[in-house]
Design a protein around this ligand. Structure first.
Ligand code: DAH
Length: 339
């Protein structure tokens, strides 16, 4: 008899379950009214006197073991359902969510926007599919003007009035048509040119156009604004404006920033001169103001255009413009840590 009870003790100690029903059945089997323990207690009177002490001890051990087992299994279930709650175990390790990265063109665009927002410019946009007026004619480039050849244009179907904009200067026109001075706006966007694709040029790329129109805006304002921009963008404050020609500005200039000649890369990107061209600029031609409904007698303005792709290539030492549009994840992922 004592041996039977000992076997039950081992069985009780080995029992384990996370199932409420199973645990309850276990409890009834040992501790219930008609359970084994009551049977054993009832058996007590039939045990010979010299064994009574030992028998009493083992059935007490069995009773305690069964009670403890039931208590601890129940508690384990309760504590696990408590932490699970509605959302499950809140202390479990999280699942890794793969993080994307911002495109280098967007990174540079956002940086340029941020720099100009700080000095009171707003951001404006226009359509990539343009008409002749906004891309050419209003910008002092009438039909048959030779300067139209400066940019090879993609026309949509055979209609010469519907085209892919060749520059963001078209947004200048739209903005002036719809807003009265004072105007301070920058217009970032994608532009298209029918050019052979190579490491240095693509048939689409990105520009930021700047426009400032108010009473008494001068060339000195233009130069100061560009110098502020290069200082904030590149940490370089030395610039020069080289006389140039654009039909929509008079006078016109090309903007160079002094990059320096400290490293071998500086020699390479500046072709040994130390100077780097970053865009075009000038005072808005009075004809353009007139075309957009602004009186050139009362107002003057400056404009500039810079290429985003070139700046991104420069800042991140990207050797080939085609990399921007190849969607190679190994290239794009490198910009994960950049804002
Ligand atoms: N639209 C010119 C281009 O695409 C860039 C440019 C030059 C814009 C001078 C301007 C400007 O606003 O004043 O090459």
């Amino acid at each position: 008899m004592i041996e039977t009870v000992r076997k039950h003790i081992i069985e009780v100690q080995a029992f384990s379950s996370t199932n409420k029903e199973e645990i309850e059945n276990f409890r009834i089997k040992y501790l219930g009214k008609k359970g084994l323990l009551n049977d054993f207690f009832a058996e007590f009177k039939n045990v010979p006197n010299e064994q009574k002490k030992e028998f009493g001890q083992v059935i007490n051990t069995l009773k305690n073991a069964a009670q403890e087992k039931v208590d601890s299994l129940k508690e384990a279930i309760e504590s696990s359902t408590e932490t699970k709650g509605v959302y499950g175990d809140l202390s479990r390790p999280g699942e890794v969510i793969p993080l994307g990265s911002r495109h280098p063109i967007s990174i540079v665009k956002n940086k340029i926007i941020d720099i100009f927002l700080r000095i009171g410019f707003n951001v404006s946009e226009g359509p990539e599919i343009e008409d002749d007026w906004h891309n050419f004619t209003a910008l002092n480039l009438p039909e048959y003007h030779p300067a139209r050849d400066m940019q090879d244009t993609f026309f949509i179907q055979t209609n010469p009035d519907v085209l892919l904009r060749t520059h963001t200067s078209s947004v200048q026109v739209r903005y002036m048509e719809n807003n009265k001075p004072p105007i301070r706006t920058i217009s970032p966007g994608r532009v298209y040119r029918n050019e052979a694709i190579s490491a240095r040029s693509h048939c689409f790329f990105h520009q930021v156009e700047g426009l400032y129109v108010d009473k008494g805006v001068s060339f000195a304002d233009l130069k100061q604004t560009l110098q502020y921009f290069t200082t904030e963008m590149f940490g370089k404050s030395k610039i020069r404006l080289r006389p140039s020609y654009f039909p929509f500005t008079e006078p016109s200039a090309e903007v160079d920033v002094y990059w320096g000649l400290e490293t071998e890369a500086d020699y390479r990107i500046t072709k040994g001169t130390g100077w780097l061209e970053i865009g075009g600029c000038g005072m808005v031609d009075p004809n353009v103001l007139k075309n957009c409904g602004i009186d050139p007698e009362e107002y003057s303005g400056f404009a500039f255009g810079v290429g985003i792709d070139r700046i991104a290539m420069l800042l991140h030492q990207i050797p080939d413009i085609r990399m921007f549009s190849e969607n190679d994840i190994r290239f794009l992922e490198q910009f994960k840590s950049v804002l």
